[in-house]
Design a protein around this ligand. Structure first.
Ligand code: OGA
Ligand code: NI
Length: 200
């Protein structure tokens, strides 16, 4: 039997992306979402920028969400999430030879009326980001709330993916994608598996 992680790795290998529903339990989704809400209320989030860290600019015409970078020593996240990410990196490296060495993740909060226009997650000036991982935390997402992710696949097909709580999405960072305008508060964990370490 294929494990959940093997299934993700094989599916990304075959079609460049993988959607896994029910990755987190409802309780875990609510716990993380409440964490985001309290961090946002204590002004810990900042307006998200575009480009890499060295040339970070904010441009609300392109994206208008808020982010909070995650620390790797968060006990709760280690149990729920980072232990999975470590295993995912190990297995992707075995299968793809991507040489993944590091990861970076942030919470993202899209208040009603915000969006992120079509883009790629790896830049010409910095192509360290190889795999994008999204974990949606909208436990009561409903039709009409907007905030869907459009993912542009090879043959110019566009997938419309709803940000449903507990849903995990993994795709190659080179793929173009965009977040349609959200009409409700939209919460997620977003991050990247990278082939360069921040420590070097
Ligand atoms: C990003 C991004 C997609 C989403 O942060 O780069 O594309 O669904 N997010 O939140
Ligand atoms: Ni993106």
């Amino acid at each position: 039997m294929e494990t959940a992680i093997e299934n993700i790795v094989n599916t990304v290998y075959q079609q460049r992306y993988c959607i896994t529903d029910g990755f987190l339990s409802d309780t875990e989704v609510k716990t993380l979402k409440n964490k985001i809400i309290s961090l946002y209320q204590s002004n810990s989030f900042k307006k998200a920028g575009i480009g890499n860290d060295k040339q970070l600019i904010t441009n609300s015409e392109i994206r208008s969400d808020y982010i909070f970078w995650l620390e790797k020593d968060d006990e709760q996240l280690n149990q729920i999430f980072f232990s999975f990410i470590d295993e995912l990196i190990t297995q992707i490296n075995r299968r793809f030879f991507l040489g993944l060495k590091d990861y970076e993740f942030h919470y993202a909060y899209y208040p009603s009326g915000t969006f992120y226009r079509k883009h790629r997650d790896s830049f010409k000036s910095d192509d360290a980001r190889k795999i994008t991982v999204l974990l949606y935390l909208n436990n009561n997402w409903k039709n009409g709330d907007g905030g869907e992710l459009l993912l542009y696949t090879d043959n110019n097909d566009v997938l419309k993916i709803e940000p449903i709580g507990g849903r995990l999405l993994v795709f190659e960072s080179e793929m173009e994608h965009e977040v349609l305008m959200s009409h409700a508060d939209r919460y997620s964990i977003t991050g990247w598996l990278k082939n360069k370490s921040r420590l070097i």
